[in-house]
Design a protein around this ligand. Sequence first.
Ligand SMILES: Cc1cc2nc3c(=O)[nH]c(=O)nc-3n(C[C@H](O)[C@H](O)[C@H](O)COP(=O)(O)OP(=O)(O)OC[C@H]3O[C@@H](n4cnc5c(N)ncnc54)[C@H](O)[C@@H]3O)c2cc1C
Length: 478
Amino acid sequence: MTRSRPPSTIVLGAGFAGLAAALRLARAGASVTVLDRLERPGGKAALGWTDFSSGPSVVTMPDIFRGLYQRLEWAQPLLTPARPTTTYHYAGKLSGRTFAPEALNVAGSLDSTLAQLSRSEASQYRRLLDVSRQMYQDAAPTFLFGPPPSRVQLARYALTKGRRAAPLKSLAQLVQSGPLLTPFWLRFATYLGANPYKAPAVLHNIAWVELGLGVWHLGEGPSGGLGALAARLGEEAEQLGVRFEYGVTVKHLLRSGRQIIGAHTDQGAYSAEQWVSAADHATTTRWLGLPPEKAPRGISGFALQLRLERDVGRAHHLFFPAEYRQEWRDIALGKLPSDPALYLHLDGQRAFLLINAPPNPNIVADPYTYGAALLDNLQARYAEKYGAALPVSSWLPLDPALYALTGMGGAIYGAAPHGLLGSLRPGWTHTAARNLVQVGGTVHPGGGVPLSLLSGWNGAGQVLGLPYDDLGGQVSGA
Ligand SMILES: Cc1cc2nc3c(=O)[nH]c(=O)nc-3n(C[C@H](O)[C@H](O)[C@H](O)COP(=O)(O)OP(=O)(O)OC[C@H]3O[C@@H](n4cnc5c(N)ncnc54)[C@H](O)[C@@H]3O)c2cc1C
């Protein structure tokens, strides 16, 4: 049943989840205020230079974007598939080798991907891609495209599909497939903030999202990309009457029994009938004065925004170190990796370099010195492959301390999804607060922009008493 007058709502956090929630609520006629400590919309995409995304660069699950645009009555988004999805460059014993897979649903066949592999690698690729597809299809209805699962739904999944999720195996055991492919498969677990060597086998389903469904570019030129999408969502919300208050840091939520009656911030107090927290789940827990979560935090990142002298086109690259495992030994010890995997996103005259880092805001004493060393490392690897360094004109470091403004400890995806139960994301309620819905990339259905949008949209749906809307994601998951 829908309410006649939607409750006045305060949305805490203007990342993708908060924006989606605010828009849906405003469209239903609610009076909505959004509070955020940053100065613009976008959350993890809104740090650093304003014409860049400071985080998400790759678009996955394109049908969720199509679904959202359709619900918002926008013209359909321009989504161009990245072909290949990413080019992987190897070092050490595999120095000189590259692997540039195409997504199955984009290319229509595996021919071009398998042609780059030896016969035994090709058969491992086929096998492990099949496993990831099966795991994704098994998990999607319960864990992605529905509300947070009840115990009954979890039990049903465990009984009917659980065995195929290889519950007794680690991801590292599942994807053993030789020196070229093992790190390749392992890396997908970082998309949910895991140390791949501590992740459960079921996280292998993430590989299907990229290698089955594809990686996409959103829009074109300077007005393309996910940063621009965040800005557009913010503008649209404002036009619908949503009040944005930036530069407001929430300190805690005041409760009366199990109702939130106000928010205490560094700019004074706010009150509303309904609350949506689109901040990190652990941050909300702290705001509510509840005991801190015990689970370790997932990984953070250290990144560089790079301006280029000329347009180099659009592509994604991953430069593996000589020994991938060592990177994760370093991170497990709380250190910055001495020889990290370098993720490079090229987008015309903009580029973004990212490495994994431990979730410790104080890890980098001097981001510019560390950033310069990282850039040297990238330029050497890039020039080795392409004959010349990238034409970088200026750059800006983004360290875990900056990411910690948006997520506790700088962890990008909240709690580390380690072990079988660790991979279950928290739900949308806090029992201590009945008029609070929790959304965002640290809760069900998980991190990444499409899933954050999905939870924000449906968190608002919950406030409005509307049925779950999968934004079209379920249809296309095959
Ligand atoms: C470097 C990097 C690369 C990534 N790459 C990709 C990618 O290629 N593709 C992809 O889909 N995803 C990617 N992600 C993940 C993706 O960016 C996130 O999962 C998603 O943006 C999370 O959105 P959100 O709205 O849930 O949370 P957030 O963006 O974290 O929003 C939370 C908001 O709450 C606000 N907030 C927090 N605390 C307070 C407080 N005390 N007071 C007031 N406001 C507060 C924050 O300022 C922030 O705006 C990447 C992330 C990073 C950091």
